[in-house]
Design a protein around this ligand. Structure first.
Ligand code: ADP
Ligand code: MG
Length: 886
């Protein structure tokens, strides 16, 4: 009879159709699609629902999920009485569970059809009833939602059977309460989660504690902010397992019976309410937080543990029948009204919610206050309406069905009850901290150990290297010692063999090779030459000294120059120097004869060997002019080939070193040629050798004038300015120094830049150069002082005029004794002439003179300085001023 098209027609208020379908608000397709009560909440929708401290169900916050109240109808089988009394009558209801419809017979030919979320026949097992009605709610509670399972129906239709059966004898008969607790216990972990239970009875608007009958008027407390309802006065028992819960239910049941006896009522008049509080901890990982606000508080990969607080409320309502019908003996009408107040208030609230009415009279009764979250609140709610089959109770059945149909229209907004589990967070953090600290300690230990190990290893390596090094040094030392011993031995052997050869009259016997002899002779020659050179230079120095002394003597012989004791002393010195000189000359002659003998023994000397020997300045080839011809050599000086010119100038220089050759060289025009070389050649070697030769020639007074006449000073000055090599400068300085000693050339020497050139050469700090410069200055000063003494010269010293004084003062105490000696003499000479005194004082020379007079190692110079200082009025006055005593 009923068809889907009928259903829809009826739904659009087509009254011609007899079928009456009271549809829930949700689209029918949703209902058809749902095979059970089970919530269709998707994971994402439940995720988006996660909010903390959100207000309760007041209003409709966006973060909640719609969840309509689900309603199932359960038909009780005929009981024994009905089987007899109604034997001739058909049941007033017909169920079509596969289409979830119920037909309520009006009469034999007409019936009303109703659609429910679930239709449970008289054959439906307790298990199935639990699964379709309560299980989805229990699951939600475990997820942190509030949940309600409520039975509504006429007394005797099976509300208590459905909800409260313990199933002691037959476990399959266990009701929803028992099964729900089984499910909850199975899904929590006793270490982190907890379950606590209250069990209450509401009768005549007063709440009794079924777990502790002393609490017989428990007040309801509402959180004004969240709207959450709590019963602080109710006993709350922690559940540890199914047994304890069963025990609790038994106690509760016992107390209920006792209370009803005391109140003179039946259980059907009271509402029984079981409240199960589930606190379930969710670890950070389990809680799927996509919300960035959360992660920002705890770091991107750290979610705090959450605590989900779900509350399951199971309500076994009082019988829905009208009081007069079930009999309210012993109660006054007002009392009777009060008995059913809560139930009728519930009906009104559901009506208001179903009709979306602006006012829902929640506050009208205790029951509606207690259940405010179950209807129109945030809980997931399942209602099971129980009916009996008897046509005699058709009116009650119809009213029950209507209640169920209206309840189906109630829309709840499900909200998770969740908060941070700070306790467990702090526990977790403590554990983590302990672990990190232990890790850190372990790492530190490992690190320290590693450092120690590296240190030890390094020390081992260092000592190994040290040992190796010491061993290597020791080996090297021993090797050197061995080598040394070996070479000593070889030298001894060589010396022995030479000695033997010399023992054979120095002539080579038939077996000795001539070449070997020449070799050893040659080394001897070199050695002799060296000795001879040393001797020559010593002789030269001695000669200079003699000249100096002579000069000094000359001065001191003058009546004004000093006392006779001084002269006598100088005489003595002079004699000694002359003796020394003579001895040196004798030694010189001996060495020379030895040299010529060795040369003879060495046999013929090749041209190339000669050339090598010219390169040493002062090399002696006294017999050369005879062999080659002086004219020829001098003509080679003019050769265009620098090589030939070089060899020639060396030969000439060697010749010029010999006083005996000097006159011949000059006569043959050698001086002119040498000066020409200075003028024309850039080659520094040629200039050096030429300057050396000129220096030697300049030792002769006649030659000095000739050099001057041929413009030699300016040429030497030019070379002095250009040259870099210290030896060249030494030669040039030597030549100028010689010229400085000529009394007649003083003015010209100075005017042609001789003194300036001399002073310019001190830029080269080579002691040989400085020594020649100092000698030149000393020579010049000596000549000047002589001229002044003779009266042929007046005015300041030209040396001072040309700015020589600073350098003189600076070098008066030079480390090199030769330089020091020259300068000391120069200072003494300058000081002789009063006109220089002022400049000398201002230039610091006085101090040097005082030092010389005290510290000079040479007695004669010391006394010369002393005489000079005391005889000069200017110096004397200055010394007195400065309180210097000489
Ligand atoms: P209520 O609580 O609604 O007043 P009860 O649960 O006390 O009703 O049930 C009344 C009687 O009916 C009980 O004896 C119970 O065993 C029986 N009964 C109820 N429902 C069923 C059922 N579905 N199958 C068998 N017996 C039932
Ligand atoms: Mg009951």
């Amino acid at each position: 009879m009923a068809s889907s098209s009928n259903i829809y027609r009826n739904n659009s208020n087509n009254h011609r159709n007899t079928m009456k379908i009271d549809r829930p608000l949700a689209p029918s397709s949703n209902l058809r699609a749902s095979s059970s009560f089970k919530s269709k909440l998707t994971p994402s929708s439940s995720t988006s629902n996660v909010r903390r401290s959100s207000p309760a169900f007041l209003g409709r916050p966006d973060n909640s999920v719609s969840g309509r109240v689900r309603v199932a109808v359960r038909l009780r089988p005929r009981n024994a009485e009905e089987l007899v009394a109604d034997a001739d009558f058909a049941d007033c209801v017909e169920l079509q569970p596969e289409v979830k419809r119920l037909k309520l017979r009006k009469n034999n030919w007409d019936s009303d059809t109703y659609e429910f979320d679930e239709v449970l026949t008289e054959f439906a097992s307790q298990k199935r009833v639990y699964e379709v009605v309560a299980k989805p709610v229990v699951e939600s509670v475990l997820e942190g939602y509030n949940g309600t399972v409520m039975a509504y129906g006429q007394t005797g239709t099976g509300k208590t059977f459905t909800l409260g059966r313990l199933g002691d004898e037959d476990t399959s008969a266990r009701g929803i309460m028992v099964r729900a607790m089984e499910d909850i216990l199975e899904n929590i972990s006793p270490e982190t989660d907890s379950i606590s239970v209250s069990y209450l009875q509401l009768y005549m608007e007063s709440i009794h504690d079924l777990l502790n009958p002393v609490n017989d008027n428990i007040t309801i407390v509402e959180d004004p902010k969240t709207g959450d309802v709590s019963l602080p006065g109710a006993t709350l028992v922690e559940i540890s397992g199914q047994q304890s819960f069963m025990e609790l239910l038994r106690i509760g049941e016992a107390h209920r019976i006792a209370a009803n006896t005391k109140l003179n009522t039946e259980s059907s008049r009271s509402h029984a309410i079981l409240m199960v509080h589930v606190k379930k901890s969710v670890s950070g990982k389990e809680a799927d937080f996509s919300d960035n606000d959360n992660s920002s508080h705890f770091g991107s990969n750290f979610n705090p543990p959450m605590l989900r607080k779900g509350k399951l409320v199971v309500v076994d309502l009082a019988g829905s029948e009208r009081i007069h019908k079930s009999g309210s003996e012993g109660h006054m009408l007002e009392e009777a009204k009060s008995i059913n107040l809560s139930l009728s208030a519930l009906g009104k609230c559901i009506n208001a919610l179903a009709e979306n009415s602006a006012h829902v009279p929640v506050r009208d009764s205790k029951l509606t206050r207690l259940l405010r979250d179950s209807f129109g609140g945030t809980a997931r709610t399942s209602l099971i309406v129980t009916i009996g089959p008897s046509p005699r109770h058709r009116a009650e059945t119809s009213s029950t069905i209507s209640f169920g149909q209206r309840a189906m229209k109630v829309e709840n907004m499900l909200k998770i009850k969740e908060e941070f589990d700070y306790k467990s967070l702090s526990r977790r953090l403590e554990i983590q901290l302990d672990k990190l600290m232990a890790d850190n300690e372990r790492q530190q230990k490992a690190f320290d150990y590693e450092v120690d190990r590296i240190k030890l290893e390094a020390q081992d390596r260092i000592s190994e290297v040290e040992t190796n090094c010491a061993e290597a040094l020791e080996r090297e030392k021993r090797k050197c010692q061995m080598d040394y011993m070996e070479s000593i031995k070889k030298l001894e052997e060589k010396w022995m063999s030479n000695h033997q050869k010399n023992g054979n009259n120095g002539f080579a016997n038939g077996t000795t090779s001539r070449e070997g002899q020449v070799g050893s002779d040659r080394s001897e020659i070199t050695e002799l030459k060296k000795l001879l050179q040393n001797e020559s230079s010593m002789r030269k120095a001695a000669e200079e000294e003699v000249t100096n002394l002579k000069n000094q003597l000359y001065q001191f012989t003058k009546p004004e120059a000093g006392g006779t004791s001084c002269i006598l002393e100088l005489h003595k010195l002079l004699e000694e120097e002359t003796r020394k000189n003579k001895r040196l000359e004798e030694e010189n002659a001996v060495l020379r004869s030895q040299l010529s003998q060795q040369t003879l023994e060495a046999g013929q000397v090749t041209h190339s060997q000669l050339r090598d020997e010219y390169s040493g300045e002062g090399a002696l080839m006294t017999n050369l002019p005879g062999q080659v011809g002086l004219q020829k050599i001098l003509s080679l000086l003019e050769s265009e080939d620098p090589n030939i010119c070089m060899h020639a100038v060396k030969v000439v220089a060697n010749l010029a070193a010999e006083e005996a050759n000097q006159e011949k060289i000059v006569e043959a025009g050698g001086l002119t040629s040498l000066l020409m070389l200075l003028r024309n050649f850039d080659d520094e070697t040629i200039c050096r050798v030429a300057a050396g030769a000129i220096a030697n020639l300049a030792m002769n007074e006649a030659n000095q004038e000739l050099i001057m006449a041929e413009g030699g000073i300016s040429l030497l000055a030019m070379t002095a300015g250009d040259a870099e090599d210290p030896q060249t400068l030494r030669m040039v300085a030597g030549a100028i120094a010689n010229l400085c000693g000529n009394d007649r050339l003083q003015m010209r020497l100075r005017s042609e830049g001789g003194i300036k050139a001399l002073l310019g050469m001190v830029r080269c700090r080579h002691p040989d150069v400085l020594s020649q410069v100092a000698r030149g200055i000393a020579n010049f000063a000596k000549c000047e002082s002589r001229a002044s003494a003779q009266g042929s010269r007046r005015g300041r010293s030209l040396l001072i005029e040309d700015g020589a004084l600073p350098w003189i003062v600076q070098n008066a105490n030079n480390e090199a004794s030769l330089i020091r000696r020259h300068i000391e003499l120069a200072l003494c000479h300058l000081a002789q002439h009063e006109v220089n005194a002022k400049d000398m004082i201002s230039g610091g020379a006085l101090w040097e003179l005082v030092r010389i007079s005290r510290d000079c190692s040479r007695e004669d110079i010391r006394s010369l300085a002393r005489c000079t200082l005391t005889s000069s009025p200017t110096f004397y006055a200055e010394m007195r001023r400065l309180r210097i005593e000489v």
